[in-house]
Design a binder for this molecule. Structure first.
Ligand code: AMP
Length: 283
């Protein structure tokens, strides 16, 4: 596996691969990798010839009171995991490499970024869209893989790619969970033993929603209520939001006709966790 930290080196290598007829797959990450990230690498391998990952804790997608400084990092371990999982190139730029001078240009997707997580993390999606656009311009990938764990991110990136005619196919990968149901997240490391137990309530609440949907429930408010009821049973859990929306437009649903996204964010102690259930769609 090739490890690079300079944009020019990525461009040279990608150009060479493309000249040999190879298609390029990209998996953007912030590192501290787990099986969720590695499932994206696997999916990229299934859908492209030369698989690239990036590891960059992107400062501009963190709010002033968020966890940029303490975000977990272990690049040595990440490189080993990527290599073992058949990644061909990893790009690990410095902040200066990605943002060398005063930034006057950002990429902003309106409307669908004002709800769900976007409503509570102002500026977050401008940061995400800006860095992902930069990565798309650096790698010019044929495909890029994003996890359904960050459901709003997938919807926003898809819209951005569509609106701006960026020639890349966005592929979604399903949420990878621990055996007990907790969605894998680099931030799970923040949880102490009691909080780790309490965090199970997120997936438990979505399981209840799934049971209701399987029984034929179509009323979105009832689904939201059952999820909230389950979450409220856990004293360490503080709900930020529970929403039932269309998976692409993120418009609130009143009736669930076919596809729906039940998305939630909660604090478990000081740690903000997200989870979701995608209904009516196989990925
Ligand atoms: P992050 O490093 O948290 O920015 O995540 C990088 C990519 O991995 C994003 O596309 C995430 O949606 C995806 N990802 C994170 N956790 C999971 C998970 N548990 N299952 C599947 N994909 C995930």
């Amino acid at each position: 596996m090739i490890v690079v930290d300079k944009i020019d080196d990525v461009r040279k290598i990608v150009k060479k691969q493309k000249s040999q007829g190879m298609s390029i797959g990209l998996v953007p990450t912030m590192g501290y990798l787990h099986e969720g990230h590695l499932s994206l690498v696997k999916k990229a391998k299934e859908n492209s010839d030369f698989v690239c990952a990036s590891i960059f804790v992107n400062p501009i997608q963190f709010g002033p009171n968020e966890d940029y400084d303490k975000y977990p990092r272990d690049v040595k371990r990440d490189v080993k995991l990527l290599e073992e999982n058949g990644c061909d190139l990893v790009f690990i730029p410095s902040v200066e490499e990605m943002y060398p001078n005063e930034r006057l240009t950002t990429v902003s997707v309106s409307k669908i970024t004002n709800k769900l997580c976007g409503a509570y993390r102002p500026g977050h999606f401008v940061g995400v869209c800006t860095v992902v656009t930069k990565l798309f311009n650096i790698f010019t990938p044929d495909i890029a893989v994003f996890g359904q764990k960050d459901a709003q991110q997938v919807a926003v990136i898809k819209k951005m790619v569509d609106d701006l005619n960026i020639p890349v196919k966005i592929i979604k990968a399903p949420i990878v969970r621990e055996k007990d149901g907790l969605a894998l997240s680099s931030r799970n490391i923040y949880l102490d033993a009691d909080e780790r137990k309490a965090a199970l309530v997120l997936s438990k609440s979505l399981k209840e929603a799934k049971i209701m949907l399987e029984k034929g429930e179509k009323n979105a408010s009832l689904i939201i209520n059952i999820v909230k009821e389950v979450l409220k049973q856990e004293p360490l859990c503080e709900i930020q939001y529970v929403s039932c929306v269309h998976p692409d437009t993120l418009e609130d649903l009143t009736t669930i006709d076919d596809r729906a996204l039940i998305a939630l964010a909660c604090y478990i102690g000081k740690t903000r966790l997200i989870d979701n259930l995608l209904w009516g769609e196989d990925i």
